[in-house]
Design a protein around this ligand. Structure first.
Ligand SMILES: [Zn+2]
Length: 227
C-alpha cells in the first residue's frame, strides 16, 4: 500500500534529484558529474583493474542509498550510464576473445527480498549490452550468491537500516556460466574490499578470469589516492 501511494505521489508531484533534491531531475547534471570520475581502489588480487565511478560521500552517498535501499529504479539509467563510461575508460574491449560475463556482487536473499529486486542486475545488463555494442561477446550473469553463516548482524544506521552479514560465504551458483570466461565484477559500494575479495576467490575457483572490478563508489578511506 505504501508503495502504491508512493507511485501515485510520483505521478502527481515532480520528483527531485536523488542527490540534492533539485526539481524535475532524476539526477541533476552536477550530481551526475560526481559519478564521472575514475577512482582507483586497492585491487582484490594482483593484476585486476579496480576502479569506482565516484567517492562515496555527500551527494553520491545519498544517490546510492536512494537507489539501493529505497528502490529508486529511476536512477538505474543514470548509474548504468556512469558504469559504462567507467568501463570504457579502464577495461579493454578485445573482440574475438573469450566470452565476457558481467557479474554483480551478491545481495543476501534477505536484502533482495527487502528491496524487492536485485538492484545491480539492471546495471550488469546495461554494461553487457554496451560490450556487445563494441563487438564483444558478453552477457550479464547473476552468478554469485551469499549464504550467511548464522551470524547476521543488523545495525540501525543514520541513513536507515543497514544489514551487515558477517562470516558470510559467497558461492558461484552455476560454475558453467563463468568457466573460461573473462569476468567483470561489479558492485555498488566498495568499503573494505572484503566482499570483492571473496567474490574473486569464488569466481576464480569456478574457472573464471576476473579482469576488472568496477564499483559505483568507493569509500574515501579505501580509494587509492591518485598520484
Ligand atoms: Zn543533484
Amino acid at each position: 500500500m505504501r508503495g502504491l501511494v508512493a507511485d501515485m505521489t510520483n505521478l502527481i508531484l515532480p520528483r527531485g534529484c536523488a542527490g540534492c533534491d533539485a526539481p524535475d531531475e532524476v539526477l541533476c547534471p552536477s550530481c551526475a558529474a560526481l559519478f564521472a570520475c575514475v577512482v582507483p581502489f586497492t585491487p582484490p588480487a594482483d593484476g585486476i583493474a579496480s576502479y569506482a565511478c565516484s567517492v562515496y560521500k555527500g551527494a553520491t552517498r545519498r544517490v546510492i542509498l536512494a537507489w539501493k535501499d529505497h528502490a529508486d529504479a529511476e536512477c538505474d539509467r543514470a548509474l548504468s550510464g556512469a558504469m559504462r563510461v567507467l568501463a570504457s575508460q579502464v577495461t579493454r574491449t578485445v573482440t574475438g576473445g573469450a566470452m565476457m560475463v558481467v557479474v554483480p556482487a551478491p545481495s543476501s536473499a534477505r536484502s533482495a527480498r527487502r528491496r524487492g529486486r536485485r538492484h545491480l542486475m539492471p546495471v550488469a545488463r546495461s554494461l553487457a549490452a554496451w560490450y556487445r555494442s563494441m563487438g564483444v561477446r558478453a552477457r550479464a550473469v547473476d552468478a554469485l550468491s551469499v549464504h550467511a553463516a548464522g551470524k547476521a548482524v543488523e545495525t540501525m544506521g543514520r541513513a536507515g537500516r543497514v544489514a551487515r552479514v558477517t562470516g558470510s560465504h559467497i558461492n558461484v551458483r552455476d560454475a558453467a556460466s563463468v568457466r573460461g570466461c573473462d569476468v567483470i565484477l561489479i558492485d555498488d559500494i566498495v568499503t573494505t574490499g572484503a566482499t570483492m575479495r571473496a567474490c574473486v576467490t569464488s569466481l576464480e575457483a569456478a574457472g573464471g578470469r576476473v579482469a576488472a572490478c568496477l564499483a559505483l563508489a568507493s569509500t574515501p578511506k579505501y580509494a587509492v589516492s591518485a598520484a
